[in-house]
Structure formats: C-alpha cells, structure tokens
Design a protein around this ligand. Structure first.
Ligand code: HEC
Length: 121
C-alpha cells in the first residue's frame, strides 16, 4: 500500500493556518487564555465560573472572549457606564445580569475588567 501523495507537509499546514488566522473574516480561534483564565479573587472566580464564563469563554456564543483585547476594544470605547448598563439590563445575546442575579455593580465592573483586561478605577 502506498502513502497518499497529496498529504500536506506539517510546516505547510502551519503556514496555511497562519494565513487563515490573519484573515479578518475567519472566526477567531479560541485562545487558551479565554478557556483557562480565572479571576484571582476566589469569590469573583466562583461567579465567573458559573455565569460569564459559559458564554465569554465559548466562541460559539458570540460574546467577546475573555482576554481577547481586540474584541473588547470597541466595547470599552463605550465607557464603563454603558458596559455596566448592558451587563445589568442585557444587550442582544447578552442576558440581563449575565445570569448572576445576586451580583453587585461592583462585581459586574470587576468581572468586566477581568474579561476585557482593562481596569476602571
Ligand atoms: C448566556 C450567555 C452570556 C452570559 C452568561 C454572559 N454574557 Fe456577556 N455577552 C454575551 C453576548 C452574546 C455578548 C455580545 C452581545 C452583542 O454585542 O451583541 C455579551 C456582551 C457582554 C458585554 C459587552 C456589552 C457591550 O456593550 O458591548 C459585557 C460588558 C458583558 N457581556 C458582561 C458579562 C458579565 C459581567 C457576565 C457574567 C456576570 C456575562 N456577560 C455573562 C453573552 C453572555
């Protein structure tokens, strides 16, 4: 039996993947950061793990991913006030309170800061 003649050399696959990743229309592949990142504060980490993370670490959800600074940049440009308002009242696919019904404004801001990598104070 002969080996298939048109299999891609691994190095070529990497080049193709890199080209794909550079294309604006290609969906952003999940970064390891988005999937494993956790707030260092334990109580915040619990909230994040049971709410925000379900969507903000899941590329299929259409939410700006945790640690994806490009995705967060235009959202941050709206200002902390608007982001907090959208987190509490909902915004398109973003459910009101991000499924954390007992979260305080302070916790929402801390979670947004964590996900976007931007400090508000
Ligand atoms: C059920 C899925 C889901 C959960 C859970 C969720 N989000 Fe979101 N979030 C989204 C989606 C989808 C968007 C993008 C909405 C859009 O831009 O159309 C979003 C967008 C946002 C935005 C940006 C809003 C803007 O104005 O651009 C903030 C801030 C945010 N989420 C905060 C949070 C926080 C904080 C939590 C956890 C307490 C959370 N989200 C939990 C799905 C979710």
């Amino acid at each position: 039996m002969r080996l298939p003649r048109f299999s891609l050399h691994p190095a070529i696959s990497i080049v193709l993947l890199t080209l794909l990743a550079g294309c604006d229309d290609a969906p952003t592949p999940p970064t390891p950061t988005a999937i494993t990142a956790m707030p260092s504060d334990a109580s915040l980490a619990r909230i994040y793990d049971s709410s925000c993370k379900l969507c903000h670490a899941n590329p299929a959800a259409g939410a700006p991913l945790t640690g994806d600074t490009n995705a967060w940049a235009p959202r941050l440009a709206q200002g902390a006030e608007t982001l907090l308002d959208h987190a509490i009242n909902g915004y398109n696919g973003m459910p009101p309170m991000g499924l954390c019904m007992h979260c305080s404004e302070e916790q929402f801001l801390a979670l947004i800061a964590f996900m976007s990598g931007q400090r508000f104070q």
